[in-house]
Design a binder for this molecule. Structure first.
Ligand SMILES: [Zn+2]
Ligand SMILES: [Zn+2]
Length: 287
């Protein structure tokens, strides 16, 4: 008879970690009751769980959602930060590249009828002239950061992105609609203001839905509306168009029935976009 070899791997009678068979472990997972070595143990309310059970629990746990149905996630508001980044990068290019950059992207009703992307790109340019330089960009980015962050948490990423972009479109379509009335076909319009006013409109609806007071935001909108009418060279038409889109989409996103949320959200976004495109095409054709 030979004595047991001390260097031999532990036999099945000795509990070993299933992930690390060379490690003996007398601690067992409270869920699956398999042994778990020090590296594979995760503290639990009672005793420890193994790393596999913790992973499985995280995978099968229901996703927590906001009252508006957006998945609750920590971390940065990536859509808001991306939009701010695009505006700031574009502003730097306006200074570095100069007029070539601005004139390639600026919104003008006449040119946008042939180059329709200008309905969006004009929202990523800001004034580089006179007293509006920097304050134009600064104010829009400040509001985008404050309201965008809130709305992105409440509504989630895709609805925040859609809200901003369709509001920019709506602001420019309103300019086209009023061309010949308050503006002309070669009036250049730039700035994220349409998108920013869309966020104003949406936050009013979202706050109402959450039964929180919206009077502060309404006051800021009223103040800006007055500034838009009094100060020359501000496209109040774009503010109005963006605000209307924000109210419409914000209502659809905030008041959609829980079980039809995705359908109502996607449907309202598509419907508003199609209506805006039709309005712009028809108004341009009638010119
Ligand atoms: Zn386990
Ligand atoms: Zn292990």
């Amino acid at each position: 008879m030979s004595a047991p070899d001390p260097s031999a791997p532990p036999t099945s009678s000795v509990p070993v970690c299933p992930r690390h068979p060379d490690r003996v472990s007398y601690v067992r997972c409270q869920r699956c009751e398999r042994p778990a070595c020090a590296e594979c143990q995760r503290p639990a309310a009672v005793g420890v769980h193994c790393v596999d059970c913790v992973r499985e629990a995280a995978r099968t746990a229901p996703v927590r959602r906001t009252v508006f149905g957006a998945p609750v996630r920590g971390g940065r508001p990536v859509v808001t930060l991306t939009l701010i980044g695009l505006c700031v990068a574009s502003y730097v290019l306006q200074w570095v590249v100069g007029l070539a950059w601005t004139s390639a992207l600026v919104f003008q009703p006449a040119i946008a009828s042939i180059e329709p992307w200008r309905y969006f790109t004009g929202g990523f340019l800001h004034s580089t002239q006179g007293y509006l330089a920097f304050t134009h960009l600064g104010f829009n980015m400040y509001v985008l950061w404050v309201l965008g962050r809130e709305l992105e948490v409440a509504l989630g990423r895709w609805r925040m992105a859609a809200l901003f972009l369709v509001s920019v479109l709506g602001g420019h379509v309103m300019v086209t609609m009023l061309t010949g009335v308050t503006t002309d076909w070669f009036q250049g319009v730039l700035g994220a203001s349409g998108g920013v006013f869309g966020l104003f409109g949406a936050i009013v609806v979202v706050l109402r839905r959450m039964r929180r007071s919206a009077s502060g935001v309404v006051g800021v909108i009223a103040l800006n509306a007055v500034i838009g009418f009094v100060v020359p060279n501000i496209a109040w038409e774009a503010h109005l168009g963006g605000l209307l889109v924000g109210l419409l989409l914000g209502s659809a996103y905030a008041f959609a029935p829980r079980d039809r949320r995705a359908f109502v959200g996607v449907g309202a976004t598509a419907l508003v976009t199609v209506v805006l495109v039709v309005l712009a095409v028809v108004r341009t054709a009638l010119a």
